[in-house]
Design a protein around this ligand. Structure first.
Ligand code: AMP
Length: 208
């Protein structure tokens, strides 16, 4: 049995064509089903539906053989413990700093609100900027509006969320897309099944 970890929502929707091309169609729709383990049209493949930030953990510990996760999540997790053989080019967006539209570029020590604590810390450290990183779990955009932080680090796609809150994107930290990750032991033990799946995913990618 091959177990693939995927998160609900955007990544799942955009990963479906890759899975379907490999003959993997979930029997239940995760949008309507409460099942956390989904059987598929392939008897040897099941999906586990988990939070995006948990995908690297499940794969690292071998609870899932493979997973699909955003590069933002992998960076924050520290993905040295996983193989990352394929950029699926889906769920693309940008990891950026953002601040209030009219705010001057901050000088000296700044406060940064984000859920990407490690990534933000190393980004500002590399620039030689002293930053106090404040961990939030959501609604980062609120932080500059209520004086919690001068700056945020968050994902930006259309920029509409920033705009609606009078914020603007400032510096690009990294272009983000979803990656296929594989457990290191599974790569050896289940090599044939995983290599075949990788080839099928690559084939789908090449057709795009
Ligand atoms: P937007 O308003 O289109 O710039 O989207 C920004 C909001 O959507 C932010 O709250 C982001 O955290 C979230 N977001 C954008 N792109 C992604 C993505 N690829 N994966 C997860 N969240 C995203």
């Amino acid at each position: 049995m091959l177990t693939i970890a995927v998160s609900k929502g955007r990544i799942y929707e955009e990963a479906l064509p890759f899975l379907e091309e490999a003959g993997i169609t979930p029997i239940d729709d995760p949008k309507t089903s409460r099942k956390l383990i989904l059987s598929t049209t392939r008897e040897d493949v099941q999906l586990v539906i988990i939070r995006a930030t948990d995908v690297p953990t499940f794969v690292e510990y071998g609870a899932a053989d493979m997973g699909i996760a955003g590069k933002d999540v992998l960076l924050e997790h520290g993905a040295e413990s996983l193989y990352e053989p394929l950029d699926l080019g889906i769920a693309k967006c940008r990891l950026m700093t953002a601040a209030h539209k009219d705010a001057p570029i901050p000088k000296g020590r700044i406060r940064v609100a984000t859920k990407y604590v490690k990534t933000a810390h190393s980004y500002f450290a590399n620039l030689g900027i002293q930053a106090e990183i404040i961990k939030l779990y959501g609604s980062m955009e609120l932080a500059p509006l209520v004086g919690l932080a001068e700056c945020i680090v968050d994902l930006v796609d259309t920029g509409n969320t920033l705009k609606a809150n009078n914020l603007e994107p400032r510096e690009l930290i990294m272009n983000i897309s979803s990656r296929l990750v594989v457990n290191k032991a599974a790569m050896k033990m289940k090599n044939k099944a995983i290599a075949t799946l990788l080839e099928q995913f690559e084939h789908t990618l090449a057709k795009r």
